[in-house]
Write a protein that binds this ligand. Structure first.
Ligand code: NAD
Length: 488
């Protein structure tokens, strides 16, 4: 693997501590990092190199999935790290950073491959990119790449502006937009599931699929993130990015070649074919909800408006359900439903594919459930198939059974999303990053919903904490003769 420099903006932040350092460490233990690497952490505060290395070590001890951290290895790993304090607006600080990057490149005899990871507040993204360019940090003999965290814009206009600014300093193929759902093993597995299994591939279309249901439920409330979340809501926090990415991965046709270009091409076709919503159609296809108090796991929890930091008259959506149509020959007439919410009954991200259930004369006195393919993404990874089978304990009545395919033996060995994504970016593989066109088209689809929410044309349904969301979300499916599967 080529030698490189990894520059981390926001190295004293929460994400660096919980995800990025542990990911780098696990890659190091798995020998998936270049043997020669310089890692430079940047934050606003002053820290010595060794104080910073201690922080990195603490984060690994607290958050790494691996338990082995023998002292010698840890020492070698920590020695990759240096720290520099930096204010994003200070040209002088960027010059100091450039000197440190070069010094380490000389000391370690590194190729000038430079990765810049922006784990800072989004309002700094464009300034940092521009300063990377202006300071000379972006002029290298090797490659340069930019990894950027979410959120990518607040609406269509701001996303376009941000992209325009970034593109002054980086080419599209140099930009790796993180959507950590794309780093999840089961989301990455969708392509293999649909295309490496002829029995599934032959039924992965409108002729056999009745509807597709994508759920991302959280049991937590807004936690300490009200400052961000009350401005964003579920529509920006989850739907525009993660939910639409999962939808693209589920609905894409088989690519000519299974590589970054092939997969992105097919994903693009899905998002391009999403039937646009007019503002006046939004109330009929989108359900907006906000949680009120309730009980979760035996504990009373407050409603959204009583959460610390939330505007007490906020109309922010903590739940969104939507019905989408893909105007593409593979999916004509098949509704895709998505829903996501906080304070829901269970923490679960899953896809349920309901197959068409043709009337069967032989079983007219025995109601037959449809076949379901259930893909659990989080917190468990599992695939199961619901079939119908004669039940000897029930007079031979035909009842549904579930066949599970889990990969339990892999267990702790599975790399986390951030490990996979950092590894891919280091190797120049952009398959599981969001391309600008996907981001732009997602914002285009979402924008009328943002407008309708803002203009209050859409009812704001209350739902009890610990439920599956407002009843209106069930009605959305009932209108087409369906129901959300697996709600208990
Ligand atoms: P944080 O507030 O914990 O850390 C922010 C970092 O930015 C710190 O290192 C701080 O020193 C640095 N910083 C602040 N002002 C600066 C300035 N003027 N100049 C230079 N550096 C400055 O934030 P976080 O939670 O680590 O989030 C980082 C990014 O990751 C954000 O874009 C966030 O949206 C995204 N993100 C975070 C999470 C998460 O779970 N924390 C999840 C997904 C995405």
């Amino acid at each position: 693997m080529e030698s490189m420099t990894f520059v981390l903006f926001g190295a004293t932040g929460d994400l660096a501590k919980r995800k990025i350092f542990p990911a780098l460490y696990n890659l190091y233990v798995d020998q998936k990092l270049p043997q020669s690497i310089s890692i430079i952490g940047l934050g606003r505060g002053e820290l010595s190199h060794s104080e910073f290395q201690e922080k990195v070590k603490d984060s690994i001890l607290d958050f790494s999935r691996r338990l082995e951290h023998d002292a010698a290895n840890m020492g070698e790993f920590l020695d990759y790290f240096r720290y520099s304090s930096l204010d994003v607006n200070s040209e002088e600080d960027f010059q100091q950073l450039l000197q440190l990057v070069k010094k380490r490149e000389d000391e370690l005899d590194l190729t000038q491959n430079r990765m810049f990871y922006l784990s800072v507040a989004p309002e700094f993204f464009d300034t940092i990119a521009l300063n990377i360019k202006n300071s000379g940090l972006g002029q290298t003999n090797g490659w340069k790449r930019l990894i950027i965290e979410k959120p990518f814009g607040h609406d269509l206009k701001s996303a376009r502006e941000l992209n325009k600014k970034l593109s002054r300093a980086f080419l599209e193929e140099e930009i790796y937009r993180i959507d950590h759902y794309l780093g999840k093993p089961m989301v990455q597995n969708l392509e293999a599931l649909a295309f490496a299994n002829p029995i599934l591939q032959s039924v992965w279309n409108k002729d056999h699929i009745a509807n597709v249901q994508i759920t991302a439920g959280e049991t937590v409330g807004v936690e300490k993130r009200a400052g961000y979340y009350d401005q964003a809501g579920a529509i920006r926090d989850m739907v525009q990015n993660h939910m639409l990415q999962i939808l693209m991965m589920t609905a894409m046709d088989k690519p000519e070649k299974i590589n970054a270009a092939g997969i992105r091409h097919e994903k693009r076709k899905v998002i391009e074919s999403l039937r646009p919503l007019k503002e006046e159609d939004v109330p009929y296809n989108i359900v907006r909800g906000q949680y009120i108090s309730g009980e979760l796991n035996g504990q009373k929890v407050p409603g959204y408006l009583k959460e610390p930091g939330v505007n007490p008259s906020s109309t922010t959506d903590t739940f969104v359900a939507a019905r989408l149509w893909i105007d593409h020959p593979s999916w004509t007439g098949v509704p895709f439903y998505i829903r996501t919410g906080k304070r829901m009954k269970e923490k679960s991200t899953r896809i349920v594919i309901e197959f068409k259930n043709k009337e069967n004369e032989q079983y007219k006195n025995n109601q037959i459930d449809p076949n379901l393919l259930i893909i659990e993404i989080n917190p468990n990874e599992n695939i199961s198939l619901q079939l119908n089978s004669k039940n000897p304990l029930n007079n031979g009545k035909v009842t549904p059974i579930r066949i599970n395919f889990s990969n339990e033996q892999i267990g702790l060995g599975v790399p986390e999303a951030y490990e996979r994504l950092i590894y891919d970016a280091v190797n120049g593989d952009s398959t599981f990053f969001a391309h600008w066109k996907e981001v732009e088209l997602s914002w285009e689809w979402v924008q009328p919903i943002l407008n309708a929410f803002e203009g209050n044309f859409v009812p704001l349904h209350e739902y009890q904490s610990g439920s599956y969301g407002p009843a209106a979300s069930d009605s959305l499916l009932l209108e087409n003769g369906f129901k959300w599967w697996l709600d208990e």
